[in-house]
Ligand binder design. Structure first.
Ligand code: NOJ
Length: 479
């Protein structure tokens, strides 16, 4: 039976959650963290021997909203101790950040740049000194511009360049870093290739997207293998993916096949090869032309047994039935929590996170999960009193944490939760216009850091209060 998009049963389903809970309900082993990425926060884009990346170039060309100003990120490169003190006061146990490829490894193939690389030594040591565990993403989209000019991910040999870089990073920091993510959201890189984000002429490039997809699958596995060779035995190696499912989630009824094909293109096209299953051609025919880039032996090369899969979930792709193609995207997804869309246009649906975890728990590529990103982006502004009232971000966190807890109670192995992001930063093409932080960045006043209400809410929650009583005003009083 087809459910209407306004079916009240979905509303009831969402209402079944509204339980007070505390941090303790997630168990003592659960990792609580915040996340960021190099390009988005560091700045210092041409200091200490750093070479340009594709995203630096996108700022210089005005492709990123705000242009050159975004090259400064949030100036995190120059404010390391101040920022780590803020994280420490928040009460988190882990900080997830990424290594900027052209900061540590020149134009992509080395040599190692000790001046740039020492920034991460200080960052890692600074975390450890404060009892914060560093979780390192090896690659969060900052491809060296020089490699991009040679073809970037369109070029198969980039797989080897990347794996060499990944192994170097592991060799340098592996004595102190125990949790690694070889790559962040390869799907997003595929999206950039599809839209020609780093080309002179934007347009739609489907074959470039498929070449990129395949090479990224090979790069993740090869990078992870090379890291495994040099890392201590107790190191955990994962990969993160954005889990965007077609909504409604039902696997039956009109449009179900087409929705399943969307899921396969956005998610299974990465998980299946990692599990040695090849590509899901049967359920996703649009993937078939990728065969042009696959050579004998690739099925084995794309395979890697990750210790964990990082789940990054922001919301689903709402769809409606359509003739011929099965379904088409629609404007919004109804839910009890109102029809909210974030500043980057993603509709909010907390149930979707539980759906993701339930659906992929039995996938052979998913041994364990960590929520490596969850958060809400908008255009926050301080009130007249200077306070930043971001209730919607608090609500977003509560409702999504509720689903994580529900998943754990169902026995799904979810080991951690990282809030995206600890501070506002450069939201890729959106530049500074969309803010995801628990901490506000005043770009007009020397990048001043101003904790938002959500920061105080998290602090109270992480300090042991229930989500219901961790009120912002109480938390602010405890300042
Ligand atoms: C996913 C990306 O990993 C991160 O860089 C980005 O800022 C967030 N999603 C929000 O869009």
């Amino acid at each position: 039976m087809t459910r209407s998009v306004d079916d009240p049963r979905r509303v009831e389903k969402s209402h079944q959650f509204d339980l007070p809970f505390t941090r303790d309900d997630f168990g003592p082993e659960f990792t609580w963290g915040v996340a960021s990425a190099a390009f988005q926060v560091e700045g210092a884009w041409d200091e200490d021997g750093k070479r340009p990346s594709v995203w630096d170039e996108a700022c210089l060309r005005g492709r990123v909203r705000g242009g050159r100003a975004c090259l400064d990120g949030i100036d995190a490169y120059h404010r390391l101790d101040q920022d780590l003190d803020l994280l420490s006061a928040l009460g988190i146990g882990a900080y997830r950040f990424s290594i900027n490829w052209p900061r540590v490894f020149g134009d992509g193939r080395g040599p190692w740049n000790p001046a740039g690389a020492s920034y991460y030594d200080r960052l890692i040591d600074g975390c450890l000194a404060r009892g914060i565990e560093p979780w390192v993403t090896v690659h969060h989209w900052d491809m060296p511009m020089a490699l991009e000019r040679e073809g970037g991910w369109l070029r198969r040999a980039t797989v080897d360049d990347f794996a060499t870089f990944a192994a170097e990073v592991a060799r340098h920091y592996g004595d102190r870093v125990k949790h690694w993510m070889v790559m962040n959201e390869p799907l997003s890189i595929v999206g950039h290739a599809f839209l020609g984000v780093h080309r002179r002429r934007s347009g739609l490039y489907p074959m470039a997207a498929l070449a990129t997809l395949h090479h990224l699958n090979l790069a993740c596995a090869e990078g992870a293998r090379r890291m495994r060779e040099v890392l201590p035995q107790d190191a955990k190696i994962g990969v993160t993916h954005v889990f965007t499912l077609a909504w409604p989630y039902d696997r039956v009824g009109r449009g179900a096949r087409a929705r399943r094909a969307i899921d396969a293109l956005l998610v299974d096209a990465f998980l299946d090869p990692a599990a040695g299953l090849g590509y899901p051609f049967a359920i996703c025919p649009p993937l078939r032309p990728i065969r042009r880039f696959v050579v004998d032996g690739d099925e084995e090369l794309a395979r890697f047994d990750y210790d964990f899969v990082g789940v990054q979930y922001y919301g689903p792709v709402p769809t409606r039935p359509a003739r011929l193609v099965g379904v088409l995207p629609r404007a919004t997804v109804p839910s009890a929590e109102a029809r909210v869309r974030s500043g980057v246009g993603v509709p909010v649906d907390p149930d979707g996170l539980l759906e993701v975890l339930r659906r992929y728990r039995s996938h052979p590529a998913c041994r364990r999960f960590v929520i490596t990103e969850s958060g809400f982006g908008m255009n926050d502004r301080p009130g007249e009193d200077g306070r930043i009232r971001d209730d919607i971000r608090i609500w977003y966190a509560r409702t999504h944490l509720e689903r994580v807890l529900a998943a754990k109670r169902e026995g799904i192995p979810v080991d951690g939760f990282f809030q995206w992001s600890w501070a506002d930063n450069v939201e890729w093409l959106f530049g500074r216009s969309v803010r995801f932080g628990l901490v506000y960045i005043d770009y007009e006043d020397d990048f001043r850091r101003i904790p938002k209400d959500s920061y105080y809410w998290f602090r109270a929650f992480l300090g042991g209060e229930t989500v219901a009583s961790a009120t912002v005003s109480e938390a602010r009083r405890g300042r």
